[in-house]
Ligand binder design. Structure first.
Ligand SMILES: [Fe+2]
Ligand SMILES: [Fe+2]
Length: 257
């Protein structure tokens, strides 16, 4: 288990809370992040049911769950939402998720949806506590129909959910991507099959074009920094994926899948 301070000043932090160790969890390994300003925190993609106790243990190094001022779900997948009922019990904060997933989330066993806030298609600005500002940014169809990113203007870190996600071999546990070309084999197949189309990518690249981005923090695998950020975005720009490659009979037009 690790927790890595991606950005750390007296009053503002962006922390990779828990990157599971190889082999510790069935299914896909995932990252959870905590953004903090003073005593207020926002949890990004809290994770599945299985990782919840470990994420909580790491979070307690920094704050108590009742100091959470928001939980943001990048999309509806179980590796993000699976542990949400316990987080709802431990905290009193609102939970933000794309408006289009609101009607499906009760199927995670949630009886009360009153603390959920449906994020509009254009995204929204948050001020979880006075002076603590975050931007929820649309990333539709990358891969989820209602996908959102979170941008922290202080650390200049963009949390991208599954965009940039890597499926790393069990014996590889690097925290950062510094050389994008070396990293490409770990992301290429995932992006070609799970990301919906090049049009969705181009729309997203336009949407984030005005942001000053120091790091791209995905929900799976290492965090992009330095030239790996621009190299990754340049690679993505021309990527053919998802329905671009789809053929009849369930096949995909590539040898890579
Ligand atoms: Fe996903
Ligand atoms: Fe994911």
């Amino acid at each position: 288990m690790r927790n890595i301070r991606l950005f750390d000043t007296d009053n503002h932090r962006f922390i990779l809370l828990n990157e599971s160790e190889p082999g510790e969890e069935e299914g896909v390994r995932s990252n959870q992040y905590l953004v903090m300003q003073d005593n207020a925190g926002v949890l990004l993609d809290p994770g599945g049911f299985g990782v919840m106790p470990r994420v909580l243990a790491e979070l307690l190094r920094y704050l108590n769950p009742d100091q959470l001022r928001g939980i943001i779900l990048s999309h509806q997948d179980p590796d993000i939402v699976g542990g949400i009922s316990t987080w709802l019990e431990l905290s009193g904060c609102p939970v933000y998720v794309s408006r289009i997933w609101m009607r499906f989330l009760p199927h995670y066993g949630l009886k009360d949806m009153s603390r959920f806030v449906g994020v509009p298609d254009e995204g929204m600005d948050l001020e979880p506590s006075p002076g603590f500002k975050l931007k929820i940014i649309p990333a539709h169809f990358l891969h989820s129909e209602g996908q959102v990113n979170t941008y922290d203007p202080v650390s200049k870190i963009l949390f991208t959910g599954d965009i940039g996600a890597a499926m790393m071999p069990l014996d590889k546990d690097d925290a950062f991507v510094d050389d994008f070309n070396l990293h490409l084999p770990f992301i290429e197949k995932f992006h070609r099959r799970y990301m919906c189309s090049n049009k969705a990518i181009v729309c997203w690249l336009d949407t984030i074009a005005g942001l000053d981005i120091n790091m791209i923090a995905p929900q799976h695998g290492p965090v992009y920094r330095g030239s790996a950020v621009t190299d990754f975005l340049a690679w993505l720009k021309d990527l053919q994926c998802g329905i671009d490659l789809m053929q009849s009979g369930g096949r995909f037009h590539t040898q890579l899948l």
